[in-house]
Write a protein that binds this ligand. Structure first.
Ligand SMILES: Cc1cc2nc3c(=O)[nH]c(=O)nc-3n(C[C@H](O)[C@H](O)[C@H](O)COP(=O)(O)OP(=O)(O)OC[C@H]3O[C@@H](n4cnc5c(N)ncnc54)[C@H](O)[C@@H]3O)c2cc1C
Length: 274
């Protein structure tokens, strides 16, 4: 598993360097470990927090640009005897100027995610590198309809993407239509609930939430299977899919979506598992 993560990290770096060499206006990047100051902490659910931050050396905001769906690599020097490094996807959107945010869900017996829940306060610093990653909407390569499936903390890239495009759907270089299937255990486990609720009110963002352990009107119920997927997706035509969640779910959905005639290059997945 560690080899997989290192391979993925190296691949993202190679892609990043390649993109930089071919981009007219390369995104702003900082060398070395950036010092990010936590300005605000939002308790999303009992086991999930959003950490809003600014760049310590940039009083007006951030010293780097990012695309919705990209992640930072964060180094933690004080948790154990050796530094620990973990990746976290931005849950803020690039159009939110002057700050960014990551949203972290505590995993059972997770060393870093558990420590973060109790030990970080506003004013503290994160040491971060990046941003990096290709789990983003690419207007030249992807279909105009983007359907995003996120389970648990896997919703974070899609919060960023939907926030980035919600007011610009159909415009140049933007998706025309968004679909979101968010999967959580119960209503109290819904991460970034206010954003998802706003997306639900937007007629161009088909937002559906599935609760695996609670039945409640207005929500799908149970572990979503391929029949649920058919129901929520509707048509598979001219759609690019992005999936982030447990490996088992991503594998099953990937096969099913492909069997429904969607080409592999229109089925993107991001693994959070380490
Ligand atoms: C590209 C990328 C983006 C990511 N973005 C986010 C994000 O936005 N928000 C977020 O909360 N996490 C995200 N993660 C996961 C994050 O990097 C850590 O893996 C996670 O916080 C667990 O770290 P830990 O030190 O607490 O757990 P560890 O101490 O490393 O692991 C403890 C146990 O939990 C299991 N485990 C590890 N990771 C996960 C996981 N993701 N889900 C379930 N079980 C796990 C391990 O197998 C082990 O049994 C991302 C990972 C990657 C690779």
């Amino acid at each position: 598993m560690k080899i997989f993560i290192i391979n993925k990290f190296l691949k993202d770096i190679i892609d990043f360097v390649g993109n930089r060499m071919t981009t007219a206006n390369p995104p702003r990047r900082k060398k070395g470990w950036m010092k990010l100051t936590i300005t605000k902490i939002i308790q999303e659910t009992p086991d999930t927090k959003t950490f809003v931050f600014t760049d310590q050396d940039e009083p007006t905001g951030l010293g780097f640009d990012y695309e919705a769906g990209q992640y930072l690599t964060i180094r933690f020097d004080h948790i154990g005897p050796r530094p620990l490094v973990r990746s976290y996807t931005m849950s803020s959107a690039p159009r939110e100027q002057g700050y960014a945010a990551i949203t972290i869900k505590q995993v059972e017996q997770g060393v870093v995610s558990s420590w973060l829940m109790d030990n970080v306060k506003p004013g503290d610093l994160f040491l971060a590198r990046g941003p990096i990653g290709k789990f983003c909407f690419q207007h030249a390569a992807h279909n105009k309809r983007l359907f995003m499936i996120g389970a648990g903390s896997g919703i974070t890239p899609f919060i960023s993407i939907a926030k980035e495009f919600e007011g610009r759907l159909g415009q140049d270089q933007c998706p025309g239509q968004l679909g979101i299937l968010g999967i959580f255990r119960s209503r109290r486990d819904i991460i970034c609930a206010s954003d998802l609720s706003r997306f639900r009110d937007n007629p161009s963002i088909d937002t559906q939430i599935c609760l695996t352990r609670e039945e409640h009107p207005g929500y799908l119920h149970g572990r979503p299977d391929t029949a649920t997927l058919d129901k929520v997706v509707g048509s598979y035509d001219n759609t690019t899919f992005m999936i982030c969640g447990p490996e088992e779910m991503m594998d099953a959905f990937k096969i099913h979506i492909n069997q429904r005639g969607v080409a592999p290059e229109h089925i993107l997945t991001e693994s959070f598992f380490s």
